[in-house]
Design a protein around this ligand. Structure first.
Ligand SMILES: Nc1nc2c(ncn2[C@@H]2O[C@H](COP(=O)(O)OP(=O)(O)O)[C@@H](O)[C@H]2O)c(=O)[nH]1
Ligand SMILES: [Mg+2]
Length: 438
């Protein structure tokens, strides 16, 4: 298949100091000859060139670097040219390159070509997007490990185990006459299936944390109306994200803010105060508050220090914070609970430190990413379901052919994660979330 040539602005929006324009595909060398002041570029050398329009007018001068395929990111001939980052220069430069035979790239298309050229598997391609999107240190660290192949190694290892299992099963299909073949084969196959199932189950459990590192940990602030939940949210967000009044029932919807705390991305939700109400809107708010609480990785129960706190909804691991400490005698406050004044901003650092400590304890056993996207989780869940069917069939003495079929399906599911199997079905979804020029 002969590909077309793509181009895009790879740097941030102009005006900026520099605009980097990227070109990849078979027309790259002819675009260089037609539009640059040199007829060809020495690969992997930076050359100062002029870029010209279709009619031969100079648009700008800048540094051009040519990579001869397949030794390039995309595996194709590519050109990167750094120009002054003006709006007009950038627009004219792209027009000039397009008029010489390129078209504008789609989001993620350069990386998609890299994937198709076998330069990286799908999990590394996803890591490229995650590197760009990372806002917290933990996200960046995880994306770098994924880029290094942590997920590819993990997922491909499981597939290799499945391939070995299949080989054992094939052996029993090929030699059905050997009386003792089933027994000889059953035990090792069963053992392999059990090991893999527990590995996948463990990954689904532990992977929750690495998925959260990428997507953000969810923290819900819960409590009675007027406890000061919205005031606390605003303090954590360092802006007036939620409306604060002395009227109970002010917050009705869930207000979410995205923050980085201690190197982690977190979503803090402020919720409607929990109480019995006949107000339809407020009741819906309470329902949403409880749902946010259920879905949260950490629940903060905030209460007015002037009232004793009790709630049968508190679960082990929840953080109880007593607010409005400015209104009570400090001696009356128990040393056990975190006491703050959200209004005065006292104790907010301690709340933050406690949140970070709780998240750190969730992540402490995780040294490498396991699952970072819903796509990975779904693939592993599907593979596990096939392995369970395979085990059951084996236990029920159903023929090796049928057992193999489910093992093969499980292997296929794991293969879609790295993109080694059936890439077309997932490529669109993976690359559409990329930025243009990447
Ligand atoms: N004195 C005092 N008042 C507070 C404190 N935190 C919040 N408030 C007040 O309590 C009322 C309810 O606060 P709000 O954040 O809306 O509570 P929510 O219903 O839990 O969201 C407002 O009048 C706040 O100014 C605090 O630490 N000390
Ligand atoms: Mg509120």
């Amino acid at each position: 298949m002969r590909r077309d040539t793509i181009c895009a602005l790879a740097s941030g929006h102009p005006p900026a100091a520099i605009s980097v324009i990227r070109v990849s595909g078979p027309e790259t060398t002819s675009i260089i000859a037609e539009r640059l002041s040199v007829s060809q570029l020495k690969p992997r050398h930076a050359t100062l060139v002029e870029l010209r329009s279709e009619s031969g007018d100079q648009i700008d001068s800048g540094l051009a670097v040519f990579m001869l395929g397949p030794a390039s990111y995309t595996g194709e001939d590519t050109l990167e040219i750094s120009l002054h980052g003006g709006r007009m220069i950038t627009e004219l430069a792209l027009q000039s390159i397009m008029s010489a035979g390129a078209r504008l790239a789609e989001p993620g298309e350069f990386t998609r070509r890299a994937f198709e050229a076998g330069k990286l598997d799908l999990t590394r391609a996803e890591a490229v997007a995650d590197l760009i999107d990372a806002e917290s240190e933990a996200q960046l660290d995880q994306a770098l490990k994924q880029m290094d192949g942590a997920l590819e190694t993990l997922y491909s290892g499981w597939r290799e185990d499945l391939t070995e299992t299949l080989a054992l099963l094939e052996a029993s299909i090929d030699f059905p006459d050997e009386e003792d073949a089933p027994e000889r084969v059953d035990a090792p196959v069963r053992q392999k299936l059990e090991n893999l199932k527990s590995a996948l189950q463990q990954a689904l459990a532990d992977g929750n944390v690495t998925e959260r590192i990428r997507d953000g940990f969810r923290i819900a602030i819960l409590g009675k109306p007027n406890a000061g939940k919205s005031t606390l949210l605003n303090q954590l967000a360092k802006r007036e994200a939620a409306i604060v009044t002395d009227i109970p029932g002010t917050t009705r919807d869930v207000v979410e803010v995205r923050l980085t705390m201690g190197g982690y991305l977190v979503w803090v939700s402020d919720t409607a105060g929990l109480r019995e109400t006949h107000d339809v809107v407020e009741a819906e708010g309470v329902r949403r508050a409880l749902k946010a609480g259920d879905e949260a990785d950490l629940r903060i129960w905030l209460h007015d220090a002037r009232e004793p706190f009790r709630s049968d909804r508190v679960r082990p691991g929840d953080l109880v914070v007593s607010n409005k400490s400015d209104l009570v005698d400090p001696k009356s406050v128990s040393r056990e609970t975190l006491a703050i004044s959200a209004k005065a901003g006292d104790g907010i650092d301690e709340v933050e430190a406690e949140i970070v400590a709780r998240i750190s304890s969730l992540t402490k056993n995780v040294t490498a990413p396991i699952i970072t996207r819903a796509r990975h989780r779904q693939g592993i869940e599907r593979a596990l379901a096939h392995l369970e069917t395979a085990s059951q069939n084996l236990d029920n003495g159903i023929g090796a052919e049928l057992v193999s079929e489910d093992v093969r399906l499980a292997s296929r599911d794991l293969g879609t994660l790295t993109g080694h199997v059936d890439p077309e079905s997932v490529l669109g979804a993976v690359f559409s979330s990329f930025c243009i020029g990447k």
